[in-house]
Structures are given as structure tokens and as C-alpha cells.
Design a protein around this ligand. Sequence first.
Ligand code: PLP
Length: 450
Amino acid sequence: MSVPHSPLTMLEPHTPTDALGRPHVITRGEGVSVWDEQGRRYLDALAGLWCVTLGYNEPRLIQAATDQMAKLPFYGSFGHRTNDVALALADDLARIAPLPMGRTFFANSGSEANDSALKFSWYYHQSLGRRRRTKILSHHRGYHGSTTAAGSATGLAHIHHGFGIPLPHFLRLHCPDPLSPPAHGLTDAEFVDWLIGELENLIDDEGADTIAAFIAEPILGAGGLIIPPANYYDRVQEVLARHDILFIADEVITGFGRTGSMFATTEFDLRPDMITLAKGMSSAYLPISAVMVSARVWNAMTEGAERFHTFGHGFTYSGHPVAAAVARETIAILQERDIPGHVRATAPVLANALDKLRGAESVRDVRAYGLMGAVEFDPTPHGMAAGELGATLRDAAAAQGLLVRALGDTVVFAPPLISSDSEIESMVERFTAAHEDVVCGRIHHAAAWS
Ligand code: PLP
């Protein structure tokens, strides 16, 4: 039998493939549902990959793309030339930015945005003559993408294995997870003291004059939806500012309404030097991402550009006009429909529904923030290896017509931001049924679609 040539897809531990290695193929979407090639319908509790914020058939986004495609299908932002839509989008972003920012750089994915931000941190310090400032700090279990530099900043081993990354000069800090071993027996405030002590020690050991930047997610997504304890980032920012280490807020997941504010930077009172954005920026209808650079960093980079006689960074598709038109329309919709307000109103529905799983078999923790939720499981009573229970639950959920993501033994929800109360309740009901199927032994780790 001939095997169809399928695209290479990211395979995480316990990712299902059927006997031919053929991925699960999705062919259609509408509202908060998608259909696979067998015609099976799923509620998409993950919004694609935390990104289809406005659901799968928003006519205004389709129209914006169609109109722009007919008017100017391409002109990039290279060599001091750009297109009118990228220009207008930069202006839109400056208008809604959580802080006054200096400039916006456009790219095509979260990874590219983070790679760019890391390079900008190096360019910033080199512009100021600090050639030794090359090291990058990030969190264990932080996710910043899978390109070479962003992947090096990522603190998840499966992104490194077999690729020879992380590159040297990428240093890791403990994940600010209140359930992790160093937090045992400590109050939140004591755990924050411990984390800050670790940061201070690392800076002392390495030398502040060797460290360029700290990149971090306000809420760690792919690491298992980790919500850092109160005041953590306040304290981190104080230390970084004291040592002139740049702070890059990776808002690839949290940006554009997911937390109930347009940006988590506002939600957590952050003062980043750069903010990276992607995913919800265009509701994922087309690939586009951005790095917003503060005026202070931008001013230094401008001086650097004079010194180096060049600013050698950019991509063919930076500020692609069709993607930019979709992003502009996305921002307009987010504002006109007050999607962050809708998230604030529906967040308790998700939190309360998930909370009913607290105390259920193997449930270790339940947490939620905005339209993000997680149920963390303990695989030990099932005699399963780490990650296996999460994967089994994910597959059991698919059998119930629900797409969720398993991050180790934590199952995460990040539904489209337009989800109604009843859609969110149905998602959690389906997951509860899937949990019962696994607990009662009706499902033993089988990909539902194979
Ligand atoms: N940063 C965060 C916080 C992410 O969650 C992701 C992807 O999930 C990325 C960066 C990488 O984005 P992309 O997959 O578009 O390269």
C-alpha cells in the first residue's frame, strides 16, 4: 500500500500516530469546532494551538485577506521600504501597546519573533559597546519556540534532543511553579525569595556584565500552564533593572486578550524592554508576529546602526500586507467586541467547571487564568510513565469529540476567546467523561482516530 507523503510534524513524547505514521488530519472548521477527514466533529478546546482566538469562520478576517490579496498581495519590509498595511499595523500596535514602545519589528512566527528579540538584545548591548553581554536567561519549562536561538531559550528537553541545542550562553532558572519541589513547605512569599535568591546568585556567579537579557512568559504555557506566585515578576524586574539586563516578555500566548486584558504586561504590571507577539495577533488566520521594542532600546539600536552602518536583520515576509491586513482586522474586532471583557466574563465559567474535577481520581491540581485552564494529574496510581496518563486522557478526550493538549501529565484548555458559557461547559463535560473512561479502564491509551 502506498504511503501518502505527509508533512513532518512536531512529535512530542506520546504523540499519537497510526500504523502508517499518518497524522490526524483536520479538514474544516466553524465557530469553536473542527472536523477531521473522517467527518468527526471536535470542540476545539485548544483554539488550534492557543491561537484561533476568533473561531474558525470569522467573515471579517476572510474579507480583509481577500480585499488585501486583490489590492497588493505582497510587498515586504526590507531596505527602508515597506507597505502601507504594515505601517498602519505598527501604528495600531503602538496605540494598544501596554506601555509606550519605540518601534515594531514584524516576523512570521513566535519563534522568529523571539529569535529576533534575542538578537536585538545583543545588538542593544553591542551598540552600547558591551560586547561581553551575550548570555540569555530563561526558565526551565519556558517555551519560546523551536528555532535555534528561541529553541535554546526554551527550557523543555524534547525541543533540544537530537539537535545539539541549547547553544552555549543560554542559562536556565528554576520554573516559578508553586507545586515544584523547592516550593514544598514554603509560603508563596518564601518561594519568591528562593527564586530571587537563585537569580541573584546566578548573576553574581556569571557576572552581570556577561548577561544580555531574560526572556520569560508572564504565564508559562507549554510548560504546563504555570502561574507564577504574586510579586514574582515585580521582584525579577527590580533585579534585572539594577543590573541593566533587558527583560523580554514573551506574550505569544498571553497577548491579544487571553488573560482578560489585551496584554498580560498590563495584567501583571510588567515593564518589559521588548514584547513578543504572534498567535492571536491574526487569530492565526495567517502567520504574522511582532517584536515591540521600547524607546530606550530602540534609541540605543539606532546609535548602533550608525556605528555598524547596518541593521542586518529582517525576513522577506516581514510585515506581509495580507497577514498585516488580517492582524489589523483582528485588533479592530478585539476592540469593537471587547473580547478581553468577554474573557473576563467567561473565565469564571471555565475555572468553576474545571474546579469540579478537584479531588477526582489522580487529579493533582486544577488551575485557570483568563481563558486558560489546566488539570494536572499524577500518573503514579495508574502505574504509568511520566506523560503517559496525560496522553491517554488527551486521546480519550478526542474519542469524546474534544481536542485538548497534554503537556506531560497536565491537560490544558485554551479555547477560542469567542467561546460561549455553554460551549466552555460542554468542553469540560466532555473532558470529565473522558477522565471517567480512563479511570474506569474503558480506554487504555489508543489514538481515537487511528
Ligand atoms: N512563545 C510561546 C510562549 C509559545 O507558546 C510559542 C508556541 O506555542 C512560541 C513562542 C513559538 O511560536 P511559533 O510556534 O509560532 O514559532
